[in-house]
Structure formats: C-alpha cells, structure tokens
Design a protein around this ligand. Sequence first.
Ligand SMILES: *Cc1c(COP(=O)(O)O)cnc(C)c1O
Length: 363
Amino acid sequence: MGGHEKNYVQKAIEDNWVSTLGPNLAGFEHDICQHTNARHAVAVNSGTAALHLALRLLDVRPGDEILCSTFTYVRSANPILYMGATPVFVESEEETWNMCPGALQEAIVARQAYGRLPKAIVLTHLYGMPAKVKEIIAVADEFGIPVVEDAAEALGSRYSGHQVGTMGRIGAYSFNGNKIITTSGGGALVTEDQRLAEQALFLATQAKDDAPFYQHSQMGYNYRLSNVSAGIGRGQMEVLEKRVKQRREIFNFYRSQLQHIEDLVFLPEPKACFSNRWLTTVLLPAGHHPEHVRLALEEENIETRPLWKPMHLQPLFAKFPYYGNNLSASLFERGLCLPSSSSLTEEEAEKVVKHLRRILEVA
Ligand SMILES: *Cc1c(COP(=O)(O)O)cnc(C)c1O
C-alpha cells in the first residue's frame, strides 16, 4: 500500500458508500484516464471481467474465432471460452516475447482461407513489456480486425510514448493482488469510444433497461467494482509511478549483478518500449533446468516462479488452432521469474543474487 488508501476507504465507510456506487469510482476512473491518457475508463471487479466485456462489446458470437497471444496468463484466453468463441493462438517474437506480427499475419491468412476471418485480436503485454503494437495494429487494420490490449501486467508501460492499453480499440487493466498496483481484486476497461464505454458500464451493471422497474432486454453481468475497492485504487494510483521506478530498479539491480554469467539472458527494452518491469524474468544458461534452480532457491526460502506456460500447450486449449514456431515453449523451458515485489528490500535482493550466483556459477 502507498499510505493514502485508508483515507479513501475510511471516507467510503463514513459516508456509507459501501456499494458498487459512490464517488471513489468516478475518482478512480478519472485517475486512470489522467495517467493513461485514455478518454474513458470503466472500473470493474477484475481484469478478466474487463476482457470479457471487451469481447461482448465487439459483438463476438459463439463460433467466432479470436486471435490470442499464446504466451500469456490463462485469464487472457478464458473470456474467449466464456463467449463460446474459438481461440486461435499466435506465437511470440524474440524481442518482446509478445505476439509476432508475422505469425499474426500468417494466422489471419490461414483462417481466411477457411472462410473464417477472426473477429478480434487479444494482444497481451507480458510481464510489462509492450508488444510491437504498431506492427500488430498495421496487420490488424489491413484485415479490419479490432485489437483488444490485455495490459493487465503492463499499467505504466509505454510504447512510442503511448501508454499501453490505449492504442487498440479497447484496453484492459488488472488490479489483482499480484499486479503492479492493486485494489485487492479489480480491473478497468479503457477506450476512446464513448459509446463503447457507456455500453461497458451498462453490461457491467446487469444491463437494466431504462424503465421504472427491473426490466432487462440484454444479458448483463455483475462486474462493477466496489466503491471501497475503488478507494484503494485511488490511493494506489498516487504511487503507480513510484512502483514502476521500484520495479525497474529491481530489474536493473539483478541485471547489473548477474549479467556476467554466461548465457543468462535478461530481456532488453527494444527502442520504442518502456517496460514497467512488473516481474524480472531471466532465461537460464543451458544445463540449468528452471525447476532445479527454483527448488534450490526454495531451500534458501527464496520464492521464484516458472514463466507462464503457453496457452497452446495447456490441456484446456489443446484442440484449438495455433500459429508459430514454438518460441514460447522454449522460453517456458528456460525461464524463471525472480522475486520482484515492490516491497523487496536491498538485503533480500542481494540474497537472491548471492544464491543465484552460487547455483549458476558451478557448471
Ligand atoms: C492478471 C492478468 C489478467 C487479469 O486478471 P484478473 O485477476 O482477472 O484481474 C489478464 N491477463 C493477464 C496476462 C494477467 O496477468
């Protein structure tokens, strides 16, 4: 927490705005727009909900195909299944680990040949690193397919000066407990399009018709964020920039202390990209299996995690189409997420470095 969250929460309780209505919601949405330069923001109770709403807004129907980054967290892809749509997974490129524009083009052309032009693209900015948005949108525009940016892990990251999440038709942020800032659980949908923003709010609040009684013509959801959680969000927005700075410092510390280890790879920032470095990830040198390193660090009470297992390798998605060269599988087999919490102390980071050196320097 940054410190001011409890003031906003206390005010919500004192004023009895303990509901999915109240002034913190508008305040939080305003803060999100201020920070990201998005025109409209709708606060919801998870990033997954924001992505689900995005697909509804794009009129995705059962049986439609949706292109999706394969190297992502399952929460990007689940909303495609909620819609009864078919995910078509697209491989990453090496520079950002995010969706490869060439593989995207290949996928669209192949699906088109089956007479099925995909309805939308869900583009993840993984671990805070911006995808090659310009190239992706160029391919998408060529075929008239809207892009939904899954910026759940990337609030505060920029691409060519633009905040990620604001370049596609719709963007989604997450304020889950593990993200760079949190509302304990929460998310937001952002868009330039006022009509889409209004429709998102309508669907997120049960889609009640404009009638004096409870009448419904469309299927809605109970997806609105609570005013109490939004209060946490307002306090957190005050420290977002500080959090980005902290995460980047953690990344720089690990890199400066460990980059001499041969074949240990830290993902550099390509020219147009500014990453919030949500998590510091590394690719381990040949001969060091991530699971062995993870267990060796666990013995020292240091928690590391594997990289996300790509969606096309998940049992849940095994039957769905996939396009690419399996890069994400090799990243998954070599990679590890290092402790990256904003609250990580210098001593703790030094301890991680000490033990990683010990483990990796003995060949
Ligand atoms: C966290 C996350 C989401 C959304 O998660 P919620 O917990 O529902 O807020 C979506 N995509 C990715 C890549 C994520 O990491």
